[in-house]
Design a protein around this ligand. Structure first.
Ligand code: GTP
Ligand code: MG
Length: 446
């Protein structure tokens, strides 16, 4: 900590920290935000009493008191993350998961932390902690910014080749006569077939599907240039598709530079690696390359001069790469899961980064299960309609799985039900490693 940082701690000005939280559909963003909100509020309320909601944070604070409130909304344009409604579904009888979300939102908390030891008479350190829920599909558009339409089309058409889900679209594109006119009805058909193909691949567990906004459209009406598809060649149709691709990329750049997006200074990238392992080799490899492309886009030195500061080397200072839903496996496997995550990403050179395996809303407990006369570390938790269910999905590899790993399929992942939160959300949500992730992200400020 330099002198300026040290001094800032004593000035009673609220320092804002904006953390981007991103991950593909169903990766676990909403659950993570809900758990952070409920647990930070619980920590603020119960300071010093009982078992802390976030033990690693409590340890880091070493007895300093912390007060936490949801920040008032003010006049910003970004919708607020509705922490109260999200936690209400966990407090319902029976408890349920927070509903899926489909737009960006912001969770903002004002946190006051007492100064340590002899300095405790000084004004408390004031933080505004903002978590910004950002669809990972949109982050998958980052690699497009550094690619031309021709290169992207070639790569995409090659990648789609082996998939039966792509048959109709590929037949359409390859069947177009040379020099075909840039007819709007034709474009419409091609775009529709392409989006249908992306959706079918997504349903089969693939991740690296671009453009991401085709699967997760931005709110509001879509512009005419938002209808295109990959096509090679020099004809009039290809030229129109190229113009639309360029307009799309321009809109992505403009959005990234807009207020809200422009000042994210820490990032949480969430990936549901357990589900990818379960879906099999093709899905896993695809998730791995999506993750490494995004990590690479984030780590390039000044990759695209037009990008805003937060995507430039000095923008994001800390990145947590999170493998989610880790309560599906027992403790030793959770360590493997974090190690696996770490091997999948090219270390961003400019930012401090670390891999974690996190259960934002932990539903299970570990136990030793005897299977075929052999003790294995398993978990058990409740599943709606089935009572207490035991589960041992298999060994999580601690590096990129090889042929021998794929020889033993990673078995089912039950839909565990969260434990019920007390009415009014007065108690904490059980979590695994969420506390350590938070301390890592805020380490320089605590
Ligand atoms: N067991 C377990 N399941 C989880 C956990 N977090 C999320 N899930 C499951 O994953 C589902 C999706 O989680 P969300 O938090 O809604 O994911 P999201 O990334 O916000 O998804 P979208 O809003 O659809 O983009 C939940 O409904 C749960 O079924 C966890 O910590 N443990
Ligand atoms: Mg969500």
């Amino acid at each position: 900590m330099d002198l300026f940082e040290a001094a800032r701690g004593f000035i009673p000005v609220r320092r804002r920290v904006r953390v981007g939280v991103t991950g593909l559909r169903r990766a676990g963003k909403t659950s993570l935000l809900t758990s952070l909100a409920v647990n930070l509020l619980a920590m603020g309320r119960d300071a010093g009493r009982g078992v802390p909601a976030l033990p690693a944070l409590s340890e880091r604070l070493a007895g300093r008191r912390m007060r936490v409130v949801l920040s008032p909304s003010g006049a910003e344009s970004m919708p607020r993350f509705d922490a109260v409604a999200k936690s209400a579904s966990l407090a319902a009888d029976p408890p349920g998961w927070p509903a899926p979300t489909d737009a960006v939102s912001l969770l903002a908390l004002d946190i006051d932390i007492d100064q340590p030891g002899l300095l405790s008479a000084l004004p408390a350190q004031k933080l505004r902690l903002e978590f910004f829920d950002y669809p990972g599909e949109w982050l998958l558009d980052l690699p497009l910014l550094g690619t031309g339409f021709g290169e992207w089309s070639q790569a995409m058409l090659r990648r789609l080749q082996p998939f039966s889900e792509a048959r109709d679209f590929l037949a359409f594109v390859h069947g177009l006569p040379v020099g075909v006119a840039a007819d709007e009805a034709l474009v419409e058909t091609g775009h529709r077939l392409y989006v249908a193909c992306l959706r079918a691949l997504q349903a089969n567990g693939l991740s690296l599907l671009q453009p991401g906004r085709f699967l997760m459209p931005a709110p509001g009406p879509s512009a005419p240039w938002a209808a295109f598809f990959p096509i090679t060649g020099e004809g009039r149709l290809a030229r129109l598709m190229q113009d639309r691709f360029d307009a799309y990329v321009g809109a992505v750049k403009a959005e990234l530079a807009s207020p809200g997006f422009a000042d994210v200074d820490r990032l949480i990238v969430i990936a549901d690696l357990l589900t990818a392992l379960h879906a099999g080799r093709a899905a896993f490899d695809d998730a791995a390359s999506a993750l490494s492309q995004v990590a690479a886009a984030l780590s390039q030195r000044k990759p695209w001069p037009l990008l805003p500061a937060w995507l430039q080397p000095w923008g994001i200072g800390r990145i947590a790469f999170v493998a989610s839903k880790s309560d599906h496996v027992a403790s030793r496997q959770r360590a493997n899961l974090a190690a696996l995550m770490a091997t999948l990403i090219d270390a961003p050179s400019h930012a401090a980064w670390r891999a974690f395996s996190v259960a934002s809303i932990a539903c299970t407990e570990d136990f030793v299960w005897t299977l075929d006369g052999r003790p294995v570390s398993a978990v058990r938790g409740h599943v709606a309609g089935n009572g207490l269910v035991r589960s041992y999905p298999g060994e999580v590899p601690d590096r990129t799985p090889d042929a021998s790993d794929w020889a033993h399929p990673f078995l089912s992942l039950p839909d565990f039900t969260p434990k019920r939160l007390d009415r009014g959300g007065r108690v904490a949500i059980p979590q695994m490693e969420l506390d350590r992730m938070l301390v890592f992200l805020l380490e320089d400020m605590l």
